[in-house]
Design a binder for this molecule. Structure first.
Ligand SMILES: *[C@@H]1O[C@H](CO)[C@@H](O)[C@H](O)[C@H]1NC(C)=O
Ligand SMILES: *[C@@H]1O[C@H](CO)[C@@H](O)[C@H](O)[C@H]1NC(C)=O
Ligand SMILES: *[C@@H]1O[C@H](CO)[C@@H](O)[C@H](O)[C@H]1NC(C)=O
Length: 297
């Protein structure tokens, strides 16, 4: 069940079909069983969505105007994209192999342009802690996408979801840490999850950690025109260290849902229960995904 919930939380279902400007609200209930992202399809997709209100068809084929300023429809892309950034932010601040935050639902959203600053979103959203997936809490958040060419990452502030952050995973973290700290046969794993949606139970914490480290990239790469999910941990290997930290080399595949592109990133990270997750290095890889098949259980 945990696995299922987490795979569903990847948000890879609900394939966006039809014209390139179709908006499909991410909906946990509408996951398809498999999604094949092929390179040939990518070229037909339009990158981003125009800043003007656009006429779009939803999955139900109704025609609606997507508002991009003022009160927003919580299910439309502008609100969803801003809320997704909150998920990435929470993971960078509080994530661990036993704590992974996932956007559950956008409850309300509004956007305004702040002169010389950027576009600011006020959001009320519910967030799920996916490892203990019965835990869902409402949070208030503010996301500012800075203007300008510098491509500065969005600035995020979150309040009022303290209970979610207080989930106590001390015992699990300590067990994992002890196991891999004293273990000479260092962790090495590939394809978490594999194309059948499967992974070994002992690899699950490193898949979670992969989502958390990916959030560092996804937070810094996010703009108003992106919706990132971690698709797969392609490789993870543990490296020897002199200090008290566990050190990992991750190759992750990130799925950008608006363009339907897959990006590969290499990350060098450390983790320990007391120090949390630290990213030492992140580097975009020159990598072409030919035919990645991700199966949702
Ligand atoms: C978390 O749980 C552990 C073990 O049950 C306990 O020792 C510790 O004080 C708890 N931490 C917090 C912050 O509640
Ligand atoms: C060391 O790691 C291997 C592979 O993950 C595992 O099978 C083994 O049980 C671990 N040993 C200890 C002492 O934790
Ligand atoms: C994973 O590692 C293999 C080599 O073991 C490499 O060929 C592949 O490119 C890596 N995957 C990614 C996404 O970097």
């Amino acid at each position: 069940m945990i696995l299922w919930a987490l795979l569903a939380a990847l948000g890879l279902g609900g394939v966006i079909t039809g014209s390139p400007t179709v908006t499909a609200p991410p909906d946990a209930a509408s996951h398809t069983h498999a999604e094949t992202v092929e390179e040939s399809k990518n070229s037909e997709r339009v990158k981003g969505i125009s800043a003007k209100p656009a006429v779009v068809g939803t999955v139900e084929e109704t025609i609606e105007v997507v508002m991009e300023l003022g009160e927003l429809n919580p299910n439309h892309y502008p609100a969803q994209r801003a809320a997704k950034v909150v998920e990435h932010y929470l993971n960078t601040q509080h994530g661990s192999p036993y704590k992974v935050f996932t956007l559950h639902r956008v409850l309300s959203a509004s956007a305004e342009d702040v002169p010389d600053s950027g576009r600011k979103y006020q959001l009320k959203l519910s967030v799920q802690e996916s490892v203990h997936h019965q835990t869902i809490e409402e949070c208030l958040a503010e996301v500012l996408f800075p203007t300008g060419e510098s491509h500065a990452p969005p600035q995020v502030q979150v309040s009022s979801c303290e209970d979610l952050l207080k989930i106590n995973v001390t015992v699990q973290e300590e067990n994992l840490y002890q196991q891999y700290k004293r273990n000479d046969s260092h962790l090495f794993a590939q394809n978490l999850p594999d194309s059948y949606g499967h992974m070994e139970p002992e690899h699950v914490p490193f898949w979670h950690l992969g989502i958390v480290v990916s959030s560092f990239v996804m937070l810094s790469e996010s703009t108003q025109d992106t919706l990132y999910n971690m698709a797969q941990v392609a490789n993870v290997s543990q490296l020897a260290t002199e200090d008290n930290l566990l050190k990992f080399d991750y190759d992750v595949l990130l799925h950008e849902r608006v363009s339907q592109e897959i990006f590969a990133w290499k990350m060098l990270v450390t983790w320990s229960p007391s120090d949390g997750v630290k990213v030492l290095k992140m580097e975009k890889k020159d990598y072409t995904v030919k035919n990645l098949k991700i199966t949702l259980l």
